[in-house]
Each structure stands twice: as C-alpha cells, then as structure tokens.
Design a protein around this ligand. Structure first.
Ligand SMILES: Cc1cc2nc3c(=O)[nH]c(=O)nc-3n(C[C@H](O)[C@H](O)[C@H](O)COP(=O)(O)O)c2cc1C
Length: 361
C-alpha cells in the first residue's frame, strides 16, 4: 500500500499506547514485519532519572532514544510512527523531537490537530489524524487546506470500543455504529481523493481484531486496521509483565468507561484504582502540568501517576487502559503471531495482502 511518499507491506498499525506501553521495542518489531509500529510520546521519559525535575528534557531524550531503537529493530522495513496526544502540554516539543529523530509518521489524536502542518513545516513525512467522525475530518481538511495548503496523508478512524481515550462524547457512545461511520468517512475521503488526485488510506480501530469485524469493516471501506490491546499481550511489548497479566486475565465485563482528566471518556480495566474513583477530588502530589486540559485543584486524580503505576505493573494503584475486546485475548503471543492472524483475517475477507509464509514481503 502507498501512503503519500512511503509504502507499507501490511495494512496494519500497532496503535500508540502510553504511558510506557508502546515504545521502541514493540514499534520496531512490528515494523520489522512490514507493518506500522507506533511509539507513544506521552510521558515517555517516566523512567528517566530527571523526569521529575526536568520533564521536557527527559521526554525529548527518551523519545529520541526509542525512535532510534525502533529504527534499528525494524531493519529498514515497515514504518515507524509517533503518536502524540494533542491534549498534552508538550505537544509541540514532542512533534519537533519526533521529526528531528527521523520518524516516518506523526499520528495525533485526543483533540483536533489544527496546527500540525505548521509544526511539521518542511518535513516530508506522513501526517495522520485520529478522528471518530466524518465531521472532524471535514473540519480538519478545510482548515489545513485554507491555512497551510496541506492535507492529511492517511486517516485513523477510532470507534467507541477502543482502549484508552475516546473522541466520542459519553452521551453518543451507546448509539455509535463503527460500520456506518466507516462508510460515511470513506465516502467523504473518496470525494477528497477525487479533488486532490491522490489516495488517502483509511485505517479503522477499536475492537476490530476478529475475523467478522475485519470482514465487515473492509466491506464498509476500511483500507487497513489499527489495533492496540492485542499488542499489549505480546512478548515484545515494552510494558511490565504485570500489565500483560492484567490484560490476559481480564474478561469482557471487566472493562469500564471512566471520565479522564484529559476531558474525554476512557476505557480501562475495572481494577482497584478504577473501583475507588468516587468523583471526589484526590490529593495531587508533584503535579507536572502534563495536560492542557487538567486543573490540578479540581481534578479527581492524576492520570500520569495512575498510568505510570500501571506501566510498572502495580495492580492496586495503576490505571490499565484496554479495549472492549480484551476478553478475546487469553494467551501471550509474539508480534508476528498477532500480525499473521490479522493478515489471514484480511486475506480470507478478500483483502489483497500477502501474509508471511507466502513469499518475502
Ligand atoms: C493501554 C493503552 C494505551 C493507549 N494510549 C494511547 C495514546 O497514548 N494515544 C492514542 O492516540 N491512543 C492510545 N490508545 C489507543 C490505541 O492506540 C488504539 O487506537 C486502540 O487501542 C484500538 O483499540 P483496541 O485496543 O480495541 O485494538 C491506547 C490504548 C491502550 C489499550
């Protein structure tokens, strides 16, 4: 598949997962099999010694290191992306650091990145917004075109069953139909493609990882898929084994929607931390001002601290993000096994992919 000036053998993306879940090892391994691996930039420097004192430096240094690691591991295959949440205060610094370190793709979600082309000016890489509606995409297209004469190179459409933060208001969550949103987003993209004279692939995410879902989404217009939760339960995932274990043990009914200090709903496993959320303010210690949207004086909890505890495998104090399909994941696999399975599902649904074992990719 062509994406702007790059090519991707497998139309599969390992989604960015912060904090500390998708780093260089996971992203680089995914890329080494011809797919797209994504490093999440959020709180990436949490294990650096100076994280508490010099947060920006720690994050920029760690991001640069993880991109280098991913590129080495990829062996020049696949593509390496960095996912940067628009809601983080260090959004600009992270975009600049990722571009400088030679990443292929900038993926931005958790808010509309109206300013992204300006920050990435002069860079020849791929710009990929994450949206949850056709409307958001229309807005972005009009704004980028008018202000920067630039358009997005690919699109990630994330549905209501994804893990982590969701761009769908809580009130619209129940009626959200990923198939019809995929359909209307694809129709809109086809209009944009006709106007621009180039292809803009559509990747769909959010509990897409079984044969039935993939087959129906391909029919509805998906060109490929992004998956998150299945990659947590892999040998190569960067996160602590305790996090992987929480994913392996969780049943479907163990997933819950919470209200995140990011200002969006988020899907997580119903661990003791989630059960203890009462809506009342907790004491925030050592606030690092990581989010544009959080007010430490009135927020219920510090999301960075809770995600860092999860990254360390702390079952009591950690916040473990996971998608609604977590119950389908029962064994620790390799990245290759996850990719091979997804490739086979696409193949059986009539998608034109060449999977491993069918000649070199
Ligand atoms: C643990 C975890 C952390 C995540 N962190 C981020 C993130 O930092 N930025 C982002 O845009 N999406 C994030 N996501 C969403 C994933 O990139 C992906 O789109 C989503 O997990 C897809 O749904 P699935 O888990 O059902 O496959 C996260 C998801 C999980 C499970």
């Amino acid at each position: 598949m062509k994406i702007a000036n790059r090519s991707l053998d497998l139309p599969l993306i390992q989604g960015g997962m912060g904090i500390g879940v998708s780093l260089g090892r996971l992203a680089g391994t995914v890329a080494s099999y011809g797919a797209m691996g994504t490093i999440s930039a959020v709180g990436i420097g949490y294990a650096e010694e100076d994280f508490g004192k010099n947060n920006v430096h720690a994050n920029v240094r760690a991001l640069t290191k993880e991109i280098q690691k991913a590129k080495e591991l990829s062996g020049g295959k696949g593509l390496i992306a960095v996912n940067i949440m628009h809601a983080i205060t260090q959004y600009e610094e992270m975009v600049k650091a990722a571009v400088k370190a030679g990443v292929d793709i900038l993926v931005v979600g958790a808010g509309l990145p109206l300013d992204l082309p300006k920050l990435a000016e002069g860079w020849d890489g791929i710009l990929a917004p994450i949206v949850s509606s056709k409307r958001a995409l229309e807005l972005l297209y009009r704004s980028w075109k008018k202000r920067f004469s630039r358009i997005f190179d690919m699109v990630i459409l994330e549905g209501a069953e994804a893990g982590g933060h969701l761009g769908i208001p809580s009130k619209d969550m129940e009626g959200f139909d990923l198939l019809s949103v995929t359909n209307e987003t694809k129709s809109y993209l086809q209009e944009v493609e006709a106007a621009e004279g180039r292809k803009i692939p559509l990747f769909v995410a959010g509990n897409v990882f079984d044969e039935k879902n993939m087959a129906s989404l391909l029919k509805a217009g998906a060109d490929g898929f992004q998956m998150g939760t299945p990659f947590i339960a892999t040998e190569e995932c960067d996160v602590h084994d305790g996090f992987k274990q929480v994913i392996l043990e969780a049943r479907e009914e163990a997933v819950k929607l919470i209200h995140s200090p990011v200002g969006m709903p988020a899907r997580a496993i119903n661990t003791p931390f989630v059960q203890a959320l009462t809506g009342e303010k907790l004491t925030i210690k050592n606030c690092m001002n990581c989010l544009k949207t959080c007010t430490p004086a009135s927020t219920e909890f510090c999301i960075s601290q809770a995600l860092i505890q999860a990254a360390k495998g702390n079952r009591e104090e950690g916040l473990f993000f996971a998608g609604a399909g977590v119950g389908k994941i029962n064994t620790l696999r390799t990245v290759k096994e996850v990719l091979d399975e997804a490739c086979l599902f696409i193949r059986r649904a009539g998608g034109s992919v060449r999977c491993h074992g069918e000649g070199s990719l």
